[in-house]
Design a protein around this ligand. Structure first.
Ligand code: OGA
Ligand code: MN
Length: 300
């Protein structure tokens, strides 16, 4: 039996995480071994960077679907009320012209500047997200990533033990959501879920802190106390030594593990430079530890 050896090279880009995958065209049919190499690299390195790709929505959906089913987005301001598998991170309207800064889509997307894990407010949270660059601004508009796995592993043993078993309550809405008009039509669909604060990757047993903007309370703690602890943990995870900043280039695609990393958008001149990235979100499988939907609890 013959296999194709070493078609793919994995090059680490940061001391703690992030690797560039070299030697693969993600839009082309893929060998099983190549997919396995990518899957293993994803579990190990948490963030994968693919350069010089040629994704369109169809090929991005096809590649992303190899990992698991995709999440389907309901219509909301972040995707210009176009439900489906593609979320669009842009400052442009459908006509390709700049959106006003107070447009609901812009207000909604500005929230991506808070550290978060995609879909952590869902009962089965996202496994991964894949963002592909379609229009890259010449200055700014980077995406920051933090390894919540490296952060967890750097904690003293006693601190890890103290966090073990804690459960956080995640809301879709951000804390200042009442000022956001964009979600009105979704109000009824808001839900609150719980996830463990320490998450384990079932493939390799590595633990990570599972925090970020949607994690807002700790079950069994007064709300302010839980919020304070979660804020501290997010701040801890996002210290410079755990952070990789991705400066987008044409043809870039970045795939991140939502189970063990946090990310945020960074600012740029939205009235001067055009930016457009398309995201697919790969659903999680079963919860890796117990979770519960708390019915009847609503934010705001
Ligand atoms: C996302 C996201 C950040 C960015 O696509 O989930 O948070 O830099 N994007 O656009
Ligand atoms: Mn995001």
């Amino acid at each position: 039996m013959s296999t194709v050896a070493n078609r793919i090279t994995i090059k680490r880009l940061h001391p703690h995480f992030v690797a560039e995958v070299i030697g693969i065209d993600c839009s082309a049919p893929m060998l099983r071994e190549d997919f396995r190499t990518i899957w293993e690299a994803f579990n190990e390195h948490q963030i994968l960077v693919f350069r010089d790709q040629h994704f369109n929505d169809e090929s991005q959906i096809a590649f992303s679907s190899m990992f698991n089913q995709l999440e389907t987005m309901i219509a909301h301001p972040g995707n210009d009320w176009n439900p489906g598998h593609i979320s669009v991170m842009t400052n442009l309207g459908k006509d390709g012209e700049f959106l006003p800064l107070d447009h609901p889509a812009m207000v909604h997307r500005a929230r991506n500047e808070e550290w978060h894990s995609d879909s952590s407010f869902k009962p089965i949270a996202a496994l991964a997200s894949l963002l592909s660059a379609r229009i890259v601004p010449p200055l700014g508009g980077n995406t920051d990533f933090a390894s919540a796995r490296a952060a967890y592993e750097a904690l003293p043993v006693e601190r890890r033990a103290a966090l073990d078993g804690l459960v956080a309550l995640h809301r879709m809405t951000h804390r200042d959501m009442d000022n956001d008009q964009g979600y009105k039509e979704e109000d009824k669909k808001r839900h609150i879920v719980t996830h463990p604060v320490v998450r384990t990757n079932p493939v390799n047993g590595r633990n990570a802190l599972y925090v970020g903007a949607h994690a807002q309370e700790i079950v069994g703690m007064p709300p302010e106390e839980g919020a304070k602890l979660l804020d501290e943990l997010t701040e801890y995870c996002t210290q410079p030594q755990f952070v990789y900043r991705h400066a987008w280039r044409d043809g870039d695609a970045v795939m991140w593990d939502n189970r063990c990393t946090l990310h945020r958008a960074t600012t740029f001149d939205r009235t001067k430079y055009k930016r457009k990235l398309h995201r697919t979100t790969i659903a999680g499988k079963a919860p890796d530890t117990a979770f519960a939907v708390i019915p009847g609890m609503h934010a705001g």
